[in-house]
Design a protein around this ligand. Structure first.
Ligand code: GLU
Length: 310
């Protein structure tokens, strides 16, 4: 058994080390409601499998989790469909931008993986089957509240609306998928659910808590509830490692070495299997659409804790 690191001092160190980098990167401006966020925010929270919590910086400010929601909708879809999901979405890194449409044309409407936009739209479509958009949105929000153990987790209606007004690429992807027969629900409903799941508003502390089952073979270690099977947890972590940062997934694995998922709101959820879930947030993005300072902070954290899986 390795030594238990002093997490409180580690998050403080990471926070201090990030100070000179604050404001780097570019805030996502293709969703107008996100463009208004101050790029100088930085927060970090760690929740360990044995119940320790360490947080620093803006760990208690809410931000838009955006594509990090794809990890949680994937969890729900795998539980609903099992391995049948893989008939409709692949498991390979895309090597393309998060909202790329080119690959979808070449690969006949089967998205490369569930963590790019096209794949996430298919996942959302599977959740919608058998219910309507409002019920599905409520189910996702309820799942997040349960995982975060916090009823205050909610969807930011303004962000969802802002994305609905400007989400032309996602609408194109959805239409394309429908053209290939890989989207079954009404396109407007699929998009509505997708924009709402992306607009979930959470703090680093809530997000790390919500992701903790992924560090513990699918069981929430703090309330002993099984969220998903150990096998699916392994698969979700594998996909986060290989596909969680779009076309910069290899670079994230190289630098951080943890399964992770980023969102254009500037958040990253990372999983240290058997140990902890970590959430960082800083809104400035690098060219690939991942948090510039967030990735740097995780790199620093891993060097201080030795938590890389490699
Ligand atoms: N809602 C965003 C979009 O679909 C999510 C992208 C992201 O967070 O990477 O454009």
């Amino acid at each position: 058994m390795d030594q238990v690191p002093d997490l409180a001092s580690i998050v403080t160190t990471v926070c201090q080390d990030m100070e000179t980098h604050l404001g780097r990167g570019r805030v996502a401006d293709y969703i107008p409601a996100l463009a208004r966020v101050d790029p100088r925010h930085f927060g970090i929270a760690i929740v360990t499998c044995d119940g320790r919590i360490a947080a620093a910086g803006d760990a208690d400010l809410t931000f838009s989790i955006q594509s990090i929601s794809k990890v949680f909708t994937l969890t729900l879809a795998l539980d609903k469909l099992g391995a049948d999901l893989w008939d409709r979405v692949g498991r390979e890194p895309s090597g393309s931008r998060f909202n790329s449409i080119v690959q979808l044309e070449q690969e006949k409407g089967i998205p490369r993986n569930p963590l790019i936009n096209a794949g996430a739209l298919v996942v959302t479509d599977t959740l919608l089957e058998g219910g309507d958009a409002s019920e599905t949105i409520a189910k996702i929000a309820d799942f997040m509240q349960r995982l975060a153990d916090d009823d205050s987790v909610s969807i930011d209606a303004e962000v969802a609306q802002s994305e609905a007004e400007t989400g032309f690429r996602n609408a194109s992807l959805a239409n394309f998928l429908r053209g290939f027969g890989n989207l079954k629900g009404p396109i407007d409903d699929v998009l509505r659910v997708y924009f709402n799941q992306c607009a979930l508003s959470m703090t680093c502390r809530q997000l790390a808590r919500a992701g903790l089952f992924l560090a513990n073979n699918g069981v929430d270690p703090l309330n002993h509830t099984r969220v998903t099977t150990a096998g699916r947890t392994r698969r979700i972590n594998a996909l986060m490692m290989t596909c969680g940062h779009y076309d910069a997934s290899g670079d994230f694995a190289f630098r951080v070495g943890l399964p992770g998922k980023s969102g254009v709101g500037g958040g990253i959820l990372a999983i240290a299997p058997g140990r902890a879930a970590i959430a960082v947030w800083s809104p400035g993005l690098n060219a690939a659409g991942n948090s510039y300072v967030g990735a740097l902070a995780l790199e620093r954290l891993v060097s201080l804790t030795g938590w890389s899986v490699f």
